[in-house]
Ligand binder design. Structure first.
Ligand code: NDP
Length: 452
């Protein structure tokens, strides 16, 4: 089939972070682009992930700020919180972003199909309406979807897809899982006054983050009233006649009684039913699309970016992958993505953030040839707020070259501070470079240049 015989140069399935970026950039290179989206333009991050979550974090944080205000001379009347007001304001902002992303596509002359699309061959997709379209290239950017382990009564639980729409704030919440979503919503619900119990199958929370930070988060959140049940997989959930839920945990005689169960046990590539087999696109064990370094699948005309490839499930990574794909395929620019030193953060309360190797990863790679510096301090804000909570910053250094291998921090504003520090780690700066930088006083970030 000659090039001009295709309906489009690029057909993108999924208008999330990666798909929208790829569409826009490909169109700016002159490609004729169409995108199909079965739900709302914007994807997980904008519609039911990072953005609304961060707004809920901000909203819940006022509890602490308002309490602290009295120490600064403010008289704050009776504190009342109205969940529907926050929920609806957040959902309104999601509408705003949905419209902004749609405008971006329109402005770039990307044709939109607000319906599901499935692959029917190397150059063809079928829309839910039954229409069949062809494209020289197809980009699959459908993201991932929450996984709920199978246990009796799972239908009574919700996932992060539904949590933004709760009709009312639950009094008691049980959260299954102790990863990103679990710890972020544990913080939100706890700050809003709900009783929170985090239940995990293992004895680990936030696997992959530096151990000292995870311990610190555990201590602080327990002191704030969050309860933990580790090594406790769900056995079953029972809905009682009074509407309450019972979470029965394996090996535990008494169920946890609560009003809401949020399951946050990971997300799986959303490939089922996508027709990828019709084009010979191979999937991995977790249903992820196998791609090479350029995002190409096992079919030469089909590419994939973002969570559906299950490499690094983070929005900025999907955006980079989408951008690089469009530049490479339609702009003639050879762009490579470096997956080294990707900073990440958990918007728990307090938040934590990290970049580069953790202490245990560095020990595995470098043996005893590393130096670990740390600063364990009580932020000024907490002293004045009569809160005993301490921040902890850690820097891991290659003892041979003095190069900083990783920085990990927990404490107020840790993600904001870490983003800047990540530039230094990515650039390969040394501990001596940090030491040579004058502190910015008084700040929490100054601890980064004062570790001796
Ligand atoms: P995570 O992978 O972060 O955590 C999953 C949790 O569920 C872990 O505690 C894990 O336990 C547990 N778990 C996994 N499988 C099972 C199972 N079959 N039965 C019971 N428990 C299980 O997943 P999330 O759902 O929290 O988040 C999904 C992804 O979304 C993250 O990995 C991240 O990439 C992204 N995300 C990023 C955010 C950010 O950047 N701030 C915020 C939210 C999400 P164990 O560790 O013991 O195996």
């Amino acid at each position: 089939m000659a090039e001009q015989e295709y309906d489009y140069d690029l057909f993108v399935i999924g208008a999330g972070s990666g798909g929208v970026r790829a569409s826009r950039i490909a169109a700016s290179h002159g490609a004729r682009v169409a995108v199909a989206e079965e739900y709302r333009v914007g994807g997980t991050c904008v519609i039911r992930g990072c953005v609304p979550k961060k707004l809920l974090v901000y909203g819940s944080h006022f509890a602490e700020e308002l309490q602290d205000a009295a120490n600064y001379g403010w008289t704050v009347g009776d504190l009342k919180f109205d969940w529907p007001t926050l929920r609806d304001a957040v959902l309104k902002d999601v509408d705003r972003l949905n419209a902004a992303y749609t405008t971006t596509l329109e402005n770039n002359k990307v044709e939109r199909f607000l319906e599901r699309a499935e692959v029917t061959g190397p150059h063809s997709v079928r829309l839910a309406s039954g229409r069949e379209v062809t494209a020289k290239y197809i980009l699959v950017a459908v993201g991932a979807w929450p996984v709920t382990p199978s246990f009796e009564g799972a239908e009574h639980c919700i996932t992060s897809n539904e949590v933004f729409h709760l009709p009312e704030l639950p009094r008691r919440v049980v959260i299954s899982g102790a990863g990103y979503i679990a710890m972020e919503f544990a913080g939100i619900f706890n700050a809003l006054g709900c009783h929170v119990t985090v239940v995990n199958r293992s004895e680990t929370l936030l696997r992959g983050y530096d151990e000292s930070l995870r311990d610190r988060l555990l201590q602080i959140t327990m002191a704030r009233g969050i309860e933990y049940k580790f090594n406790s997989p769900f056995d079953k959930v029972v809905k009682r006649e009074d509407g309450c839920l019972e979470a029965h945990l394996a090996g535990k005689p008494d169920p946890l009684v609560c009003d809401l169960i949020l399951v946050a046990t990971g997300r799986k590539p959303k490939t089922p039913g996508l027709g990828l087999e019709t084009a010979g696109v191979e999937l991995g064990e977790n249903g992820e699309i196998k791609v090479d370094d350029t995002g190409k699948t096992t079919c030469d005309s089909i590419y994939a970016v973002g969570d559906v490839t299950d490499r690094v499930q983070l929005t900025p990574v999907a955006i980079r992958e989408g951008h690089a794909f469009a530049d490479r395929v339609f702009g003639g620019k050879e762009t490579t993505i470096s997956y080294d030193c990707i900073p990440s953060a958990v918007f728990s309360q307090p938040p934590l953030a990290g970049v580069g190797l953790t202490e245990s990863q560095a020990r595995n790679a470098f043996g005893s040839n590393i130096k670990v510096f740390s600063s364990d301090f009580r932020p000024m804000k907490n002293i004045f707020g009569h809160r005993p909570e301490r921040g902890l910053y850690k820097m891991i250094v290659d003892a041979g070259t003095d190069r900083v291998l990783g920085i990990h921090m927990i404490g107020p504003e840790a993600p904001e501070i870490l983003q800047a520090a990540a530039i230094a780690v990515k650039a390969g700066l040394t501990k001596a470079d940090f030491d040579a930088t004058v502190a910015l006083h008084p700040s929490m970030a100054e601890e980064l240049v004062l570790m001796r």
